[in-house]
Design a protein around this ligand. Sequence first.
Ligand code: UDP
Ligand code: MG
Length: 324
Amino acid sequence: MPQKLMVVIPCYHEEEVLGETSRRLLLKMQSLMEKGLCSTESRVLLVDDGSKDRTWEIIQRLHQENPLFEGLKLSRNRGHQNALLAGLMTARKHCDFTISMDADLQDDMDAMDRFIEEYQQGCDVVYGVRNKRDSDTFFKRQTALGFYRLMKALGVDITFNHADYRLMSRRALDGLAQFHEVNLFLRGLAPLVGFRSGYVYYDRNERFAGESKYPLKKMLAFAVDGITSFSVKPLRLITMLGFVIFMISLVMLLYTLVSFIVGHTVTGWTSTLASIWMIGGIQLLSLGVIGEYIGKIYHESKRRPRFIIDTYANAEDAPPVKDE
Ligand code: UDP
Ligand code: MG
């Protein structure tokens, strides 16, 4: 028996692409249903992440024209990860498995067939992995590579070149629901959920229309979030650095005492100044890193909701789910 699929798509200011995206999705869903890869009850859940343009109107219209499309409107802009989580947590109550992807048609829809084949063979999580990054700028490619390497060095288990194009079974989503962190980095959480996982390789295209909603500033914040949410190694490095500097200071102490006894006390302006600046810099940097973690604790301890749902437009008009 084919199972019910829900494709979850976060949308923020996507009025330019939604028309084409929905047109292609409709064809894709029909073909999946015909092949028996998903049930005829399957749906596409478009999550409007508090857009100020016509995104929600378009979603509503799509829903009225065809019940295949459902809409979920968040009360305000909460960012890609939260919007995706809101969609997944809503979908898990209504389907057997989900596939998450971006609205901009960068992820190749034809890979979905292979996702579902992996699922049918018993995988609870299937990661979509990009073959190559030709469509990205040189800068984005290099920074992404650097980020993955850094994550790996810090001991975080993430899949190289996997963004958020991913299949998750209801079991895996129920697992994900048990992670209550406010600092969300879903691609890092999925491996922590566990279960059998598979990989599907695909080519990533260019954004169909509109601009990237991830400018450099957001990208950096996302990277810092990813690291500090999954690794305390930076804190350990600071401890090690402190230890090394302490060792050096012992040598310096010896050196200054000997200099004092020998009578060379006037010289040393350069070394004094250099060490003040260096130690000062290292201390500030270390405090900053520690502060990052304290900031995280601060956010987590408040346990604010990660998303609030305004409207859920679906066929049965079920009440919206809460963020538990
Ligand atoms: N997005 C969102 N909320 C935001 C920013 C982005 O829901 O605050 C959505 C956006 O509509 C898209 C996906 O997240 O479907 C990925 O964004 P984008 O394609 O701009 O990122 P990029 O591919 O450039 O990394
Ligand atoms: Mg994109």
